[in-house]
Write a protein that binds this ligand. Structure first.
Ligand code: SF4
Ligand code: SF4
Ligand code: SF4
Length: 163
């Protein structure tokens, strides 16, 4: 059976998307090494999330989308999952952190502190500098990876990922 060019293009695109998303979080507390083998894509986690941030990602697997809101670490996604896919709530939810790209307005010398205002643990501090507006700096140890800073950023400069 011959494979068309469009099929090749689609599979290349899927591969690229998977690589691009490889360092982004799936769900809090999830056992990442089991995820694609054990998750049945039943959608119960997505329905249970009070913040409505769990979306169907590439391949149909659930993934948090911080453009819709933040994770409050309520553990409800883990509680409703019928599969043995989640670590106990007593363990850390995940190791992901916020990362600010060069698209940040402050890096272009435009005053903006929206992300800092939305960060409850105060992990984003603004450092004064000579000749430029205050620059955001993330305290990695304080960042919980909640994603509250993502949707408020006017230039989409923040990504939550494994650093
Ligand atoms: S812990 Fe709660 S807020 Fe976070 S993804 Fe799960 S259900 Fe949604
Ligand atoms: S909200 Fe976005 S543009 Fe504004 S300071 Fe934070 S990262 Fe930069
Ligand atoms: S992910 Fe949450 S804790 Fe981390 S910098 Fe953004 S708002 Fe603050």
């Amino acid at each position: 059976m011959s494979v068309s060019n469009s099929q090749i293009n689609i599979s290349r695109r899927q591969l690229f998307t998977r690589r691009k998303d490889a360092d982004k979080p799936n769900l809090p507390w999830v056992k990442n090494q089991l995820f694609t083998d054990v998750c049945t894509q039943c959608g119960k986690c997505s329905n249970a999330c009070p913040e409505k941030i769990i979306k169907s990602s590439d391949g149909g697997f659930p993934r948090v989308d911080f453009h819709q809101g933040e994770c409050t670490f309520c553990y409800q996604c883990a509680e409703v999952c019928p599969e043995p896919l989640f670590h106990p709530k007593t363990e850390p939810a995940w190791q992901v952190k916020a990362d600010i790209s060069d698209a940040c307005l402050a890096k272009r010398n435009v005053d903006c502190r929206s992300c800092g205002d939305s960060c409850e643990p105060q992990a984003i501090r603004f450092k004064l500098a000579v000749g430029v507006v205050a620059q955001p700096q993330i305290d990695i140890d304080s960042c919980t990876g909640c994603g509250a800073c993502v949707s408020v950023c006017p230039t989409n400069a923040i990504t939550i990922k494994n650093l």
